[in-house]
Unconditional design. Structure first.
Length: 286
């Protein structure tokens, strides 16, 4: 039986264990953080392949150094997807539709930021370049509110421990429908629409992240969105990818990607586990 090292003990680990065991893959937890490691001693356990490189990259480097197995979504894939600006730039170069976006690398002058926002038009979304789950994302409705947000970012970025000193200015798409489309090994295996409750929307809420109170409902992903998601995954060269697509009016754009998405298999299509198992085996054989 193939031994799969999974470095998360959250929902994904529990959801993977039984379906992959049925496909002759043993899912086992490999703790990557919150521990003390003797680097001179060999690891007690041997694994054939890993599932998604740890989000804390230094800890992932220790796992790599001690074990040396290959990953479904290695360090390069995780770093690529985490860099929102890099994703937008790569997709735009490949002709994949994306929101109008400006990348700001601090320190940048108020004049340059104001000019970029004027190009896009208010309201404008201010988005940290490398956070997840909607953390730090804000909407500025005018120049004063935008510069207030930017002042705060300047303060945060002034600390030397802050590795990423960049953020995005992005167009706000009104009444956008928010989709997460899952791609495994070049094929769409399902998707969800994420939507805030009516009360939250009426009170001014607009971020559709599940961790911000939105609900994710399984949908039959339209052909146009399937093509967009597959093209995004192929452009980035990532085998296991959540692709976030916003649909506003007649426009559909790829807004972000996630190379460490939580598995929500109950909302995926028949054949998801078989395709994932095949990807894991192929990764182990490389």
């Amino acid at each position: 039986m193939l031994r799969l090292a999974v470095t998360t003990a959250a929902e994904t680990f529990e959801r993977m264990r039984d379906p992959l065991a049925d496909r002759d893959i043993a899912v086992e937890h490999l703790q990557a953080d919150s521990r003390v490691v003797d680097l001179a001693s060999p690891p007690a356990d041997r694994f054939d392949v890993g599932f998604v490189y740890p989000s804390r990259l230094m800890e992932g480097g220790v796992v790599d150094g001690r074990h040396g197995f290959r990953w479904v979504n290695n360090r390069d894939a995780v770093v690529t997807s985490r860099n929102k600006a890099g994703v937008i730039a790569a997709l735009a170069r490949a002709g994949v539709p994306v929101p109008e976006t400006r990348f700001v690398s601090n320190p940048a002058s108020d004049e340059d930021v104001a000019a970029a926002a004027a190009d896009i038009g208010f309201p404008v979304v201010v988005k940290p370049n490398s956070t997840t789950r909607g953390v730090g994302v804000a909407k500025a409705t005018d120049l004063d509110s935008l510069l207030g947000i930017v002042d705060y970012l300047d303060l945060v970025h002034d600390y030397r421990a802050t590795g990423d000193r960049s953020y995005l200015l992005q167009e706000f798409l009104p009444e956008a429908r928010d989709y997460r489309v899952m791609v495994v090994d070049g094929t769409v295996v399902g998707g969800v629409e994420r939507r805030l409750p009516s009360a939250a929307r009426e009170s001014g809420g607009w971020k559709h992240n599940v961790h911000r109170g939105a609900t994710a409902t399984a949908v039959d992903v339209p052909a146009e969105l399937r093509s967009l998601a597959v093209e995004a995954a192929e452009t980035l060269g990532i085998d296991y990818l959540g692709v976030d697509i916003l649909v506003s009016g007649e426009r559909a754009v790829v807004s972000e990607t996630n190379a460490r998405p939580t598995i929500d298999h109950e909302k995926y299509e028949t054949g998801f586990w078989d395709r994932l198992a095949s990807l894991i085996r192929r990764t182990a054989e490389r």
